[in-house]
Design a protein around this ligand. Structure first.
Ligand SMILES: Nc1nc2c(c(=O)[nH]1)N[C@H]1C(S)=C(S)[C@@H](COP(=O)(O)OP(=O)(O)OC[C@H]3O[C@@H](n4cnc5c(=O)[nH]c(N)nc54)[C@H](O)[C@@H]3O)O[C@H]1N2
Ligand SMILES: Nc1nc2c(c(=O)[nH]1)N[C@H]1C(S)=C(S)[C@@H](COP(=O)(O)OP(=O)(O)OC[C@H]3O[C@@H](n4cnc5c(=O)[nH]c(N)nc54)[C@H](O)[C@@H]3O)O[C@H]1N2
Ligand code: SF4
Ligand SMILES: [Mo]
Length: 740
């Protein structure tokens, strides 16, 4: 076989770079070619990670009690036969909705997760949607009739001002950050809204150190300044925006003095940001998890889109470009949403969050389709169950029994709020199946754990679910199975294997991912192999202001500052500010006990969420979970760098190591998320140390605290207290497995 050069797409982090992979006799030799300076892959040798001894090799079936870590190796056929027969039995007893699928953040071929589930008849696909970029996708599509393609970094060459709201791309979207830095060299201004002086804030022309959870007030204050000072684009607003007068009236309720009190940001800074964003045009805003993880996330996300619209940024070069549908078969089309009956769809868990689920989804997408001819992929997060509702239903059988769960590319014990609820739910299931690269605290509670082919062992066709015009292809560099060594399968093979056994054969005509990609590219007269050889495809020209011909894909055909979709669904059609469910003003008695505001989950290299903790070289950078606290607060509490502290909320407590950081407000602390310790025992009560530093032990996803339209749950506005850890378990050294 000898040496070969392959080109694969890296799925370690968000840029999804196409890499040159050298292989010899089915063994990885080296990987070259990340174009990204801040590439986390560069922190450790690829061979260390890819050939890590902990990687899953063969399907495992539980033989002991749940959580005892006793497994039997079985074949893929045995695993798929047994799982299919158990699913058929549970469906017969409880209905198809008894199966839920929890997926992660676009790490794999999720269109096939949806295809299987739609054909199976369950509406209960949940995961990161309401917590991740899905919120922005849904709100943008409701207001603009399409989701702007912010992954297109080339546009930044034309952008005069970038505003990052709760988003820190140096650690999270490096391609965007490189685009911003390049633009800055040519004079582009940068505004950063973040409670922490994060890496983006370090480079900003204006950094607004906002109180966590108050961005809606801040952005409404900015809208008010822009309208009062006449800095908006009158012609565009008159012709192309619906509800300007009502918006102006709403914004008047947010004068700067009041906004400053709410947000802790000085008046003059808010005014300066508003003026900069309105006059340095085209400007462009990008919001991130700082706002998506708010209890009232609809409002800041809507307000940020409204800001862009009123200053005339939509579908102009360097602004909020609306790409429209792809010329190939999209992931959404592969999902076969039409296969799910209206009756089953109506059973979706979390249906009270009507913008995300029916009828909001239909209302938004039918208007998109009317104008664009196709529905919008919305980052693959379509019509989805709300994760906290799903885990609650599993744990309590309310509103009906959910007895089976499959998690694909997700680690809910670490990444979903309220770990105790997730734990209770996972333990109570009749059937829990996990596909992953490694054993995780979630997989440790499963009945079947299946080894998934990694991004080096599978082909991929990628354009961020149609949010960039550039289509990229990568091939499998290595076989997923080598007899005698390991037998992994792609997640496509897993879903197809189950589908074939459950009466879906006619809907799985393709035997491999490559064949599905050939099918998807056919309308472009291309094969997948053609694209692999070319590397990427991009449209030759891009047309701006397309709305002048077609209007916008919304019910009024205009950008909806006043959302008729929200109105129809019975929600406030305009953004507004609401105090977070836990806050010094809303729950003063709670704040007496828990005086600090906890924000969680700011991303940090080299880790991706809960991944890579088993890679020794990477753990040298962060051996333990780390929290940030202001020097004055640290002194008050009596802790210093590298001390272990308890972070305690009314929901639970965990311990992390201190990093004293004057870039965080005295009243706020920041805790990393994603922590578990693979080196600790898998069996209960340890579950790989999942109770020790995993900040979701301290969070809550209670439905009553979720955004009423989207169902997003708050992860960044908990009241907490911080105090020094005095003792470390019985031997005085190890940390205790289950904190009280
Ligand atoms: N290296 C690495 N890269 C990643 C990931 C990873 O785990 N590791 N995860 C990927 C995923 S799935 C996602 S969703 C993206 C997320 O990427 P980003 O959206 O950039 O998310 P974060 O780093 O979580 O949060 C950004 C900032 O929000 C701030 N923040 C916290 N609370 C508030 C608030 O109330 N208001 C405002 N304005 N800001 C607030 C935090 O201080 C933080 O600096 O990153 C992706 N990229
Ligand atoms: N407190 C708090 N919680 C958060 C956040 C926060 O900021 N704060 N952020 C939230 C956000 S935005 C997100 S997106 C989520 C992320 O939540 P998850 O998606 O659950 O996070 P990961 O840790 O990336 O889990 C991915 C798992 O899938 C495996 N995996 C990776 N690629 C593949 C693949 O191709 N196939 C299969 N089968 N497995 C694969 C990995 O080994 C890993 O175990 O976390 C959320 N949780
Ligand atoms: S780790 Fe991230 S930046 Fe580095 S090659 Fe992979 S996708 Fe690109
Ligand atoms: Mo995410």
């Amino acid at each position: 076989m000898g040496k070969e050069i392959k080109h694969s797409l890296c799925f370690w982090c968000k840029p999804r770079c196409r890499l040159r992979v050298e292989v010899e006799d089915n063994r990885l030799v080296r990987i070259q070619g990340s174009p990204i300076k801040a590439c986390p892959r560069k922190y450790c040798p690829d061979l260390e990670r890819f050939y890590h001894p902990d990687r899953l090799t063969y399907p495992l079936k539980r033989i002991g009690d749940k959580g005892q870590n006793r497994w039997q190796r079985i074949t893929w056929d045995e695993a798929l036969n047994e799982i299919a027969s158990k699913l058929a039995d549970l469906k017969g007893r409880h209905g198809a909705e008894t199966l839920a699928v929890s997926r992660g953040t676009s790490r794999t071929h999720e269109e096939f997760t949806m295809r299987f589930l739609n054909l199976f008849g369950s509406p209960n696909q949940c995961g990161q949607a309401q917590i991740c970029h899905g919120n922005s996708a849904v709100v943008a599509t409701a207001l603009f009739g399409w989701w702007p393609y912010w992954m297109n970094t080339e546009k930044l060459a034309n952008t005069k001002c970038v505003m990052l709201i709760g988003r820190n791309p140096p650690h999270t979207h490096q391609t965007i950050w490189e685009g911003i830095l390049k633009a800055k060299e040519n004079g582009t201004k940068l505004i950063v809204i973040d409670p922490r002086r994060c890496e983006s804030a370090e480079e900003a022309d204006l950094w607004l150190q906002v109180r966590p959870g108050t961005d809606a007030a801040l952005l409404l204050g900015m809208i008010d300044v822009i309208i009062r000072e006449g800095l908006y684009d009158r012609e565009f607003v008159t012709k192309w925006c619906h509800g300007f007068d009502e918006l102006a009236e709403r914004a008047r309720q947010y004068p700067l003095r009041k906004v400053s009190e709410i947000t802790w940001v000085p008046e003059e800074q808010i005014r300066a940001a508003a003026r900069m964003f309105a006059t340095e045009t085209p400007s462009c805003a990008m919001e991130g998890m700082g706002v998506a993880h708010q209890p009232n996330s609809y409002s800041p996300i809507a307000a940020r889109h409204i800001l862009s619209a009123i200053v005339g940024n939509v579908d102009v070069p360097g602004g909020e470009e609306l790409m429209g549908p792809a010329p190939f078969v999209t992931e959404l089309e592969m999902e076969m949403a039409g296969a799910l009956s209206a009756e089953q769809r109506a059973k979706v868990l979390g249906k009270q969050f009507r913008l995300y689920t029916s009828p909001g989804y239909e209302l938004i997408q039918s208007n998109v389709e009317r104008v664009w001819g196709k529905r919008c992929d919305m980052f693959g997060y379509n019509h989805i169950a709300t994760a906290p509702s799903v885990y609650k239903a599993i744990a309590t059988s309310d509103p009906y029994p959910v007895r089976a769960l499959i998690t694909v590319a997700s680690n809910p014990m670490v990444t979903i709020p309220d770990t105790k609820l997730v734990y209770k739910a996972l333990k109570s299931l009749d059937l829990y199946v996990v596909t992953d690269y490694f054993m995780t605290p979630s997989a440790a509670l499963a009945d079947y754990v299946l080894p998934s082919a990694s991004w080096l062992e599978r082909p991929h066709l990628w354009n961020y679910h149609n949010t960039t015009p550039v289509l990229r292809a990568g091939e499998a560099a290595l076989p997923p199975s080598i007899p005698g060594k390991y037998d992994r399968r792609t997640d496509f093979d897993f879903w197809r294997g189950l589908g074939m056994r459950l009466g879906q054969a006619e809907h799985w005509p393709w035997e491999s991912l490559e064949e599905t990609y050939d099918y998807r590219l056919k309308p472009m007269g291309m094969t997948f192999q053609d694209l692999v050889e070319k590397g990427k495809w991009a449209p030759e020209t891009y047309e701006y202001r397309k709305y002048e011909k077609t209007g916008f894909g919304t019910p009024t055909g205009k950008i909806e500052l006043w959302s008729t979709v929200m109105e129809t669904l019975g929600y406030d059609p305009l953004p507004s500010y609401k105090e977070p469910p836990e806050s010094p003003t809303r729950t003063p008695e709670l704040s007496d006990q828990y005086p600090l505001i906890l924000i969680t989950g700011g991303r940090f290299h080299p880790f991706f969420h809960s991944e890579h903790r088993q890679v020794e070289t990477l753990r040298k950078y962060y051996p333990w979970a780390t929290m940030q606290i202001h020097p004055d607060t640290a002194a008050e509490v009596g802790v210093a760098d590298d001390d272990w502290v308890w972070i305690e909320t009314q929901h639970g407590r965990v311990m992390q190591k201190v990093q004293v950081f004057e870039g965080v407000d005295r009243r706020v602390v920041h805790a990393q998320h994603g922590w578990w310790y693979p080196e600790m025992p898998a069996e209960e009560p340890w579950l790989h140390g999942v109770w020790i530093s995993n900040i979701n032990v301290c969070t809550s996803g209670d439905e009553s605290t979720c955004d009423e339209a989207l169902g997003s749950w708050p992860l960044r506005t908990f009241q907490c207290r911080v105090y020094k850890v005095q003792s470390f378990g019985q031997d005085g050294k190890t940390v205790p497995p289950i904190p009280g």
